[in-house]
Design a protein around this ligand. Structure first.
Ligand SMILES: Cc1cc2nc3c(=O)[nH]c(=O)nc-3n(C[C@H](O)[C@H](O)[C@H](O)COP(=O)(O)OP(=O)(O)OC[C@H]3O[C@@H](n4cnc5c(N)ncnc54)[C@H](O)[C@@H]3O)c2cc1C
Length: 422
């Protein structure tokens, strides 16, 4: 390991945003140390994006490995900021030139109903845990928290991820019901053809299997679902056309995946039965000037076997990093610069919790460019500082059992894939 005077940037989180920033900085000759809490740096590509996106997942994971597999990038697995390294220690003692937090958004936005979280695991699940499990439910080595798939689940949502939840639940409940009839069908085939077609192929309907199906409830209208983008400068005609497309896409999804959809309902209270969450009370709404207006006295109780909340993700807060309420305190939302620290930035999903692969990638590059520019006029780490950082990095790599060969490490630790077991 060379140790000339050099800039060394710490990146926490090695997935889409982190790997992108690491690659950009390493191309500028800046060393980066990429700390990742898990063994593998795949983040939501592995544990969020539903496992039926096989090609997209494999392509993105390969890209991450290629970007991190660079002589100027030091990958450190199994190292969590806030657990294995404290933020205070990081800023005071490690001596990094800049710190990038590409830690994503792994906390579910809580359902806005007092006391409802007491029922987690007793009729209530949240989306992040659900997809972490769903993506690996076939893998006997999966050690995370399990979820239960049951018919008649009520999903609270509205974003793209909540549609994926509805799809996953319908695929699984149809698979289970078919299995009871002696018909074995894998989830990837069910997703491709759609549960409706699979049932039609066997001359069956949902009712024949005794299935009610799950219900997705949204506080806005179907046309407000962000399934196709509407440009900010779109005129009235274009908006109308996009809304028609959105409505048609929702109708197609309902027809293909057999779930139900209730619009203009916002959750306001819980229904408890025998110590379990047995449904939710909703208040009906109307949408005016893009605002959700609750309708006075218009309540509707929807009972269900369980509730799955999919109303968005927010960053997990880390001790010592300034926060405002449930979010990090950010001085500049464009760059993700953390309040009070001129050299600490949040990148990718960690900034707002929202986004997609493209946005995380773009944000990673933007901030890396900014940082590379700033570092040109800043004092470099001395050779001694560089070797001290690298010695600590080596110690952590050794603790994790990582020998520096990332492609081999990734191969060894990649979970069992469903498609390989079919
Ligand atoms: C259900 C679902 C469906 C989706 N579908 C699509 C889709 O079809 N198309 C699309 O473009 N996008 C989709 N997305 C979104 C996309 O997966 C994410 O926006 C993107 O992968 C986020 O990348 P990121 O690098 O910003 O964050 P993450 O992927 O969350 O990466 C954060 C990394 O930081 C690590 N980390 C977290 N905390 C710490 C810590 N304290 N210390 C060290 N490491 C830490 C994590 O382990 C992780 O590796 C979907 C997401 C979900 C949930």
């Amino acid at each position: 390991m060379s140790s000339n005077a050099q800039h060394v940037v710490a990146i926490f989180g090695g997935a889409v945003a982190g790997a992108e920033a690491a690659e950009h900085l390493s191309r500028q000759g800046i060393k980066t140390v990429v700390f990742e809490q898990n063994l593998l740096p795949f983040g939501k590509i592995e544990d969020g994006l539903p496992m039926w996106h096989v090609k997209l997942r494999d392509k993105e994971e390969q890209k991450i490995i290629e970007k991190l597999n660079h002589p100027e990038v030091f990958f450190v697995p199994a190292t969590k900021l806030g657990r294995d390294v404290t933020f205070e220690d990081l800023v005071q003692n490690w001596g990094f030139s800049t710190i990038l937090l590409a830690t994503g958004a792994w906390r579910d936005r809580p359902l806005p109903i007092p006391g409802v979280d007491d029922f987690i695991g007793r009729g209530l699940y949240y989306q992040n845990q659900f997809f972490q499990w769903f993506n690996h439910a076939h893998d006997e080595n999966f050690t995370g928290q399990k979820c239960e798939i049951v018919d008649d689940t009520l999903i609270v949502g509205g974003g793209l991820a909540s549609i994926d939840v509805a799809k996953a639940l319908m695929m699984s409940t149809v698979q289970q019901a078919l299995a009871k009839k002696g018909i074995e069908m894998d989830l990837l085939t069910i997703e491709k053809k759609g549960p409706a077609q699979i049932l039609a192929d066997h001359n069956l309907r949902k009712d024949d299997l005794g299935l009610k199906g799950c219900t997705l409830v949204y506080r806005r209208q179907a046309i407000n679902m962000p399934i196709t983008p509407i440009p900010e400068d779109a005129d009235e005609k274009r908006i109308q056309k996009a809304c028609e497309v959105r409505r048609r896409m929702i109708d197609n999804l309902l027809e293909k995946f057999l779930f139900k959809f209730v619009e203009c309902h916002m959750p306001v209270d819980k229904v408890i039965e025998n110590g379990r969450l047995a449904g939710l009370v909703f208040q009906k709404t109307k949408i005016e000037n893009n605002r959700v207006i609750p309708l006075e006295g218009a309540f509707n109780e929807i009972r269900a076997a369980q509730v799955l909340s999919s109303i968005g993700s927010i960053p997990e807060l880390i001790d010592g990093i300034p926060a405002k309420g449930s979010m990090y305190a950010v001085a500049d939302w464009q760059t993700g610069q953390v309040e009070g620290y001129e050299n600490v930035y949040l990148i990718g999903n960690a900034v707002t919790g929202q986004g997609n692969i493209k946005k995380s990638r773009q944000h990673g590059i933007e901030v890396a460019k900014l940082v590379a520019g700033q570092l040109e006029s800043r004092e470099k780490c001395s050779p001694q500082q560089v070797s001290e950082i690298l010695a600590r990095v080596g110690a952590r790599q050794k603790k994790a059992g990582f020998d520096g060969d990332l492609p081999a490490w990734a191969k060894k630790h990649t979970p069992n894939r469903l498609e390989n077991s079919l």
